[in-house]
Design a protein around this ligand. Structure first.
Ligand code: BDP
Length: 718
């Protein structure tokens, strides 16, 4: 089927005497969008027609003319997006013969590329906002109403354009705009855990987006749509491959493939990065060693960096998983993480590249018996020893992307190192692409956690925004499934990560509402219902999987189902028991001074708060404390056992409530996605029930306690 955009051929005419193009849209309501099956492909960039004629007229009055340059690839993609977006939103099959100057005009660009922007004298303000920041402002110039989308940089102009389109998509008034935005962090990245063979580690949306076999010659249309989606959120980097990296990723052949992707992404402001295998000089380069102190190794990395920059001049840098889960690293040669990171940093520095060195290390019990303490124990002493172009990339919590963790103690602990956070968008431990789990509330909790590193109010968000260099990464949930993420609702987590990477102060509700508005419907009731479902969904998942601070009791392979019963004496941290330590008397991991003393890795006010049973947040109780089954938290009067049962059940009940809420939307959202979600919710319910029943049965087998009277859910199969 031809889409609306294909039917529209809006005309751009070069205005005589002007060095920029004038494009004129006289937009009419002459046709409706052709009916199109909803398959989720368009993500939040659906640009559905504005149905209310008054509102459409009001929008049109501001956009009788578009003044924008199209002299560079980025300017061209801005133009293309506008044409695509506005034709979908406002319709338009009529061409104007001349530029229409009676209504308002949309003026887009930088002072350097568009004289109409330069004439507005915004330079000082734009300088404040930087190359990625932008203004969207309603102004009057020589009696004419203008809406200006301006930035100092072309990428900022692109971001501003997406913001402007979002205003229309969410049906905001555009009469008196006074918007100024700039991102909190310099580098806003997706980490793709994609393998050269097309599989995706912890991916639940089909094969890798990157079709390596066809590259560099064959460029899938998806590559561009991927870049559009990222740029619409302000994301500006993509690590293409798995942190468990193959040495061949750096072969000349594969670098050319990466370069082809970089070419597609470049106009959208997205830089390509690669994960690298630390042993590459040996395994790919044929050297005898990968020892950082060896001059031949140093030379190999320098030459490799030179080669990469010849092919990809704006290459972002390397992401490295070293001495973690079997990956090679500098410790293989008796050296430190800093030695390893600096080796690569030296090679990239002449080209302006960076190293993102991961702090996800936990393999050696010699470092500490408590896995949660190992990363801090290894990295904190290295503070100040990393080169300037090195980031230490730290996962949100000290274990590994559990449904709920306290913030990682390294945040706020390394003042002389640029720390960046690694968030997990893909729902490895939260129901894969089956469960509706909106992660923005979890990320908000993380970002708002007070490290107390520089006194009260030193939130995680502030701490990493205060680094010399700033960055954030999200482990992507994309794949070749038609709807990109394997589930229409998983798209919301990609969206939420991007929005928070841009502005860490956005509320989860605001993000959800925006996303629903653009992705599902503009109907306020639909928005309210779906937003409501989403906002409680993460807490619900925590409840039906691992409430009260339980963690890592999932089965070891797929991380989908529960396995609290597992014992593994050889590698205890691969068993459920290591983490919950349930016995006849009680449950929980004692990380206070009487136990592993992990609390000492936090600033004293935080550590004290976690240590004290009266002040420890109930949500983290069993993370930090081993308590008797009959322990009662003073505030609520329920025993831990009863509370656990209540929480597990509440999680299941939430899923049932979502099913009821979803049913009210029948006929109010498109039937394709309605039915797809309905099926997913059924599967989610089964998943939640399995977690609740498996965990409660197991804990019951340990403590021999009856279920609280009012809970009827835990029936043994007859
Ligand atoms: C774990 C994943 C594993 C990743 C690892 C990592 O289960 O697949 O390789 O993290 O982040 O959560 O390196």
């Amino acid at each position: 089927m031809t889409s609306a955009i294909d039917q529209i051929s809006s005309r751009r005419s070069q205005s005589p005497g002007s060095r920029f193009y004038l494009g004129a849209f006289l937009l009419a309501l002459l046709f409706a969008l052709p009916l199109q099956a909803e398959d989720g492909y368009r993500l939040w960039l659906r640009y559905e027609a504005v149905g209310d004629p008054t509102q459409r007229e009001a929008y049109l009055a501001h956009i009788t003319e578009i003044v924008a340059a199209t002299n560079s690839p980025t300017q061209q993609v801005i133009w293309d997006e506008l044409k695509h977006g506005l034709s979908g939103l406002l319709g338009g099959d009529r061409q104007c013969e001349q530029t229409v100057t009676c209504g308002g005009a949309l003026v887009i660009g930088t002072p350097a590329n568009n004289p109409a922007v330069a004439a507005l004298g915004l330079d000082a303000e734009l300088k404040q906002l930087g190359n990625d920041g932008y203004l969207i402002r309603s102004v009057t110039n020589s009696g004419r109403a203008l809406t200006v989308i301006a930035s100092q940089g072309e990428t900022g102009t692109l971001y501003g354009t997406f913001h402007y389109l979002r205003l229309l998509q969410t049906r905001q008034a555009i009469d008196h705009l006074a918007i100024a935005e700039k991102p909190a962090l310099e580098r806003r990245l997706l980490n793709h855990w994609d393998n050269l063979n097309g599989s995706v580690e912890r991916g639940y949306a089909g094969k890798s987006l990157w079709q390596w076999a066809g590259l560099p010659g064959k460029l899938e249309p998806r590559y561009r749509d991927y870049a559009r989606a990222d740029a619409s959120l302000g994301l500006n980097g993509a690590v293409l491959n798995n942190v468990n990296a193959r040495p061949e990723q750096l072969s000349t052949e594969n670098l050319k493939k990466a370069a082809a992707l970089a070419e597609v992404f470049r106009p959208y402001g997205i830089r390509v990065y690669l994960s690298v295998n630390f042993a590459s000089p040996k395994k790919l380069g044929g050297l005898k060693t990968a020892n950082p102190k060896d001059p031949a190794v140093r030379k190999w990395w320098r030459q490799k960096a030179d080669e990469i920059y010849t092919l990809i001049p704006d290459f972002g840098g390397f992401l490295v998983k070293a001495n973690s889960e079997g990956q090679p690293g500098p410790q293989d040669y008796g050296l430190t993480h800093a030695d390893g990171a600096n080796l690569l940093a030296d090679a990239l520095a002449p080209h302006g590249g960076v190293v993102m060195w991961r702090a996800f290390v936990y393999n050696s019990p010699k470092v500490d018996q408590d896995r949660a303490k190992r990363a801090y124990a290894e990295f904190k002493p290295l503070d100040g020893r990393f080169s300037d172009n090195v980031f230490v990339q730290v996962k949100t919590g000290p274990i590994d992307f559990q449904p709920r963790e306290p913030f990682h103690p390294l945040f706020g602990a390394m003042h002389k190192t640029s720390l960046m956070a690694e968030l997990e968008i893909t729902q490895e431990n939260m129901g894969h692409a089956t469960d509706l789990v909106f992660l923005a509330p979890m990320w908000r909790e993380f970002l708002e956690s007070d490290t107390h590193a520089d006194g009260p109010g030193s939130t995680v968000a502030k701490m990493f925004a205060a680094s010399a260099h700033t960055a954030i990464a999200g482990v992507a949930n994309t794949g070749q499934d038609r709807n990109w993420c394997g589930y229409d609702f998983a798209q919301a987590n990609w969206y939420a990560f991007g929005r928070l990477a841009w502005n860490s102060r956005l509320s989860a509700a605001q993000i959800a509402e925006e996303w629903v508005n653009m992705t599902w419907s503009n109907d306020p009731e639909v928005i309210a219902t779906i937003t409501n479902m989403m906002l409680g969904s993460w807490e619900a998942c925590v409840d039906y999987e691992m409430p009260l601070g339980l963690h890592h009791i999932m089965e070891g392979g797929g991380h989908y189902d529960p396995a609290p019963q597992t014992h593994n004496n050889k590698s205890p941290e691969y068993s459920g028991w290591y983490y919950h330590q349930a016995d006849a008397r009680g449950i929980g991991f004692d990380r206070t001074a009487s136990g592993s003393d992990a609390v000492a890795q936090y600033a004293p006010p935080v550590g004290d708060c976690f240590s004290n049973l009266n002040t420890c947040p109930p949500d983290l109780l069993l993370w930090f404390h081993h308590v008797d089954w009959d322990y009662k938290k003073s505030s609520d009067g329920r025993t831990v056992w009863d509370e656990l049962c209540v929480r597990y059940n509440a999680g299941v009940e939430y899923v049932k409530t979502m099913q009821v809420q979803w049913e009210t939307l029948r006929g109010r959202v498109d039937p394709e996605r309605f039915e797809a979600v309905q099926k997913k919710l059924e599967a989610q319910l089964a998943h939640a029930v399995n977690w609740r029943d498996t965990c409660l049965r197991y804990f019951q087998s340990v403590n021999n306690k009856p279920l609280p009277d009012h809970l009827a859910m835990h029936k043994e199969p007859s």
